[in-house]
Design a protein around this ligand. Sequence first.
Ligand code: CTP
Length: 136
Amino acid sequence: MSRLITYGTFDLFHHGHLRLLRRCSALASEIHVGVSTDAFNMEKGKRSVWGYSRRSREVLETGLVTSVFPERSFEQKPKDITRLGANLFIMGDDWKGQFDWLVPFCDVIYLPRTPNISTTLLKSKLNWTSNDSQCR
Ligand code: CTP
């Protein structure tokens, strides 16, 4: 049984996110997704348009994933991999090399990012800034 784990903010859910999850679902029979909490995003100096509950619900509602859980810190990944029995860690290639330290725990693969779409781009098109209030 192949079990895959991946992480992200998944704000303003877009087709880059959907394509990533579709490719994940072709690679494994279980897909577990860590969605960053609002507090963790704040720690990273990032603020999302949608709060954690909406972002995690949208990932689950794709019907492509087995479970969604909160990502609260950078360090939790080895524990999550062990807890879920994941044998494959996936991220888009904007993160290439940054998770190679997880290789002792499972295989690590970076998938090509979908061009010309990102949350950052959508936020700029909406003129949304981190001073605007978060939608729930
Ligand atoms: N992703 C992707 N293609 C895109 C955008 C995102 O494959 N065009 C992948 C990322 O590489 C990551 C996952 O989707 O593995 C979640 O990405 P996230 O950071 O939530 O989305 P971004 O659109 O990259 O957000 P931002 O612009 O805030 O960095």
